[in-house]
Design a protein. Structure first.
Lengths: 188, 427
């Protein structure tokens, strides 16, 4: 016992603390990704599908897929956010495919008259015109609006998600904005 | 097309407006002439669908549970089970070692195949294959015989003897090659071919095993119902100091039906130095003897009839003299036939056994042997890897092609689904 330090003399038994699994780097990064993008992914999917109840399921499915593949993310191929939205896009398009196979589900009608009561008639009219214009957009155009204005993606991220060049993404987005402006002006 | 789009510079006005949208979304001021654009961007932003509180809570619950696969998603559930089973391995960082482990495993398998195929572990032969030739003697075609093992060897030009790793190279004519003999032979048919076989076998044993091997020859001959024509065993007595190196020569006769099994047993008595198998088609000799017997029998019968009708003594004496000649020829023809039959049914086998200290099993394994064995293992391993790669490459290409095709198919269907999504009244 000569060489044993004084502070552990007489200690016969040690009680180990219950080990909790240490989350890996990928788990931590995914948790962060989920917290930052949950609402954005939902907004994008809802904007693309135009069906809020299905959007919740598809959002959950997208995160589920992303969680399963969280270790396969490659930073060289774009940001983690673009990667997540790519998965969400595929999940949403798979839902559209499923709908086509089963039966054509009518799109949830946009609530054109739904405007907060505290807003004036002018604002309400503009919002109604904007919703009507959004309803007139083609699905691909609506997707661009959802990615840019609902999910808040940058143009390079949009390009990565839908698989086109950055210039093309900007050009297409600009074309959609012009179209919406025209609709709104005509409605006004 | 994408390259062109990437290289094409954007219209400065478009770029300015996109920049204004970015600024508006970030809550920054924009140029006054783009106020309406900024306002549109803000309005679009305010149209963003928000999840309900219940949906948020549900998603958070799923996130906390690690997004478990749904009950309907059997594949997903299976994946999760596998993933959780391997979680401790992943946490210990063993995942990084997987490629190295995989490559090592492949090499170990290839080395195993190499060692197995090179025959080093089989022993008894010092890994050196022996060449054994089997040649048809000139003038004879090898044909199917009563011995199935022999027939099999004749049908296959090159046969590998698995027990001894010996290469049998047969320089034989095809079994069904038309015979050069006359029509009499062809009338005999292929099933009536008479093949006279012969085998010469040379064995070597260690000095200590020499006597046992020599005694073993006799046991084998007895077991296969053959007999020893001649034997000569000299030297090799382990009890006598300075005794001559042992050498034994046997001339045997073995039944043709037992030849294959008997040769296998004889080969097991020692290290096979050489083996020569011969086969001679003696069908023509058979047919000639039979024809001669038939002709002479007919002649004898004719002479006997003529003798019965002979009137004068001189005539009878003449016929008797001719009869004696015919009967002598008939006996000779019978003898020929019996000899040929014996030649076919009893195969002459010559066995030579030599005591050789180099053939000692379990002898010293030198560094030269080690290099030799290592070289063989590497050669066979490389061969096995090459063959494996060649076999797997087309398969891998097919799988890659299939995977790429499936990805493209899914991508197209997704795009089609997007095009056909409801609410696309304008394009």
């Amino acid at each position: 016992m000569k060489g044993v330090p004084a502070r552990i003399r007489g200690v016969n038994e040690t009680v180990a603390a219950v080990a909790t699994p240490i989350p890996s780097d990928a788990d931590v990064a995914f948790d962060e990704l989920y917290r930052r993008n949950r609402d954005d992914v939902h907004a994008y999917v809802a904007g693309l599908l135009r069906d809020r109840s299905t959007a919740e399921d598809v959002t959950a499915l997208a995160f589920e897929r992303a969680y399963r593949r969280r270790r396969s993310f490659n930073p060289k191929r774009g940001t983690r956010r673009a990667w997540l939205f790519g998965i969400a896009r595929n999940a949403a398009l798979d839902e559209l495919r499923r709908r086509r196979r089963q039966a054509t589900l009518a799109a949830e009608p946009a609530d054109v008259a739904a405007t907060p009561p505290d807003q004036g008639a002018d604002v309400a009219a503009r919002r109604a015109a904007l919703r009507a214009a959004l309803a007139e957009l083609a699905p691909r155009e609506r997707e661009l609006v959802a990615l840019k204005f609902f999910a808040g993606l940058t143009n390079p991220e949009i390009a990565r998600v839908i698989g086109i060049s950055e210039t093309n993404a900007g050009t297409r987005l600009h074309r959609v904005i012009q179209k919406l402006r025209r609709f709104c002006d005509e409605a006004a | 097309m994408r390259l062109l789009e990437r290289e094409m510079p954007m219209d400065p006005e478009v770029e300015r407006e996109l920049e204004a949208i970015e600024r508006a979304l970030a809550g920054l001021r924009v140029d006054p002439d783009l106020d309406d654009l900024a306002e549109l961007a803000s309005e679009l932003r305010s149209e963003r669908p928000e999840p309900t509180a219940e949906a948020e809570a549900r998603l958070d619950r799923l996130a906390a549970a690690g997004f478990p696969a749904r009950s309907s998603d059997h594949l997903g559930r299976l994946r999760q089970r596998v993933s959780s089973a391997f979680r401790p391995v992943r946490e210990k960082g063993a995942r990084r070692l997987l490629p190295a482990l995989g490559v090592t495993g492949v090499f170990l398998v290839a080395i195993g195949i190499g060692v197995s195929a090179s025959g080093i572990l089989r022993g008894g032969e010092n890994g050196s294959p022996q060449t054994v030739s089997q040649q048809a003697k000139p003038g004879g075609d090898v044909q199917p015989s009563a011995d199935p093992g022999q027939a099999e060897r004749q049908a296959t030009p090159t046969v590998r003897n698995s027990s001894k790793t010996e290469r049998f190279t047969q320089h034989l004519e095809p079994a069904n090659k038309p015979s050069s003999a006359s029509g009499d032979l062809s009338a005999a048919g292929p099933n009536y071919r008479k093949i006279a076989q012969s085998v010469d076998l040379a064995l070597s044993t260690s000095p200590n095993d020499f006597r046992d091997a020599a005694d073993g020859v006799l046991d084998v001959v007895r077991a296969h119902r053959g007999f020893v024509v001649r034997s000569d065993v000299s030297g090799g007595d382990p009890g006598v100091r300075g005794a001559k190196r042992g050498r034994a020569n046997f001339t045997l006769r073995l039944p043709a039906g037992e030849l294959s099994a008997a040769m296998g047993d004889l080969s097991n008595l020692g290290h096979v130095v050489s083996r020569s198998d011969g086969a001679l088609d003696i069908t023509k000799r058979f047919v000639s003897a039979r024809k001669a017997i038939d002709a002479l029998t007919a002649a004898r019968d004719g002479l006997l009839r003529a003798l019965g009708h002979a009137v004068t003594i001189i005539e009878q004496q003449s016929i008797r003299a001719r009869l004696r000649i015919v009967q002598a020829r008939l006996a000779s023809a019978h003898h020929d036939l019996v000899t040929a039959q014996q030649r076919v049914h009893l195969v002459p086998v010559s066995v030579t056994i030599a005591a050789d200290s180099a053939a000692e099993t379990g002898g010293p394994w030198t560094i030269g042997d080690a290099f030799h064995d290592a070289g063989r293992v590497l050669t066979v391993t490389a061969g096995a890897a090459l063959v494996g790669g060649a076999a797997l490459l087309p398969f891998a290409l097919l799988v890659a092609l299939g995977a790429a095709g499936r990805r493209e198919w899914v991508r197209r269907h997704r795009n089609r689904a997007l095009e056909a999504a409801p609410g696309s009244s304008a394009s």
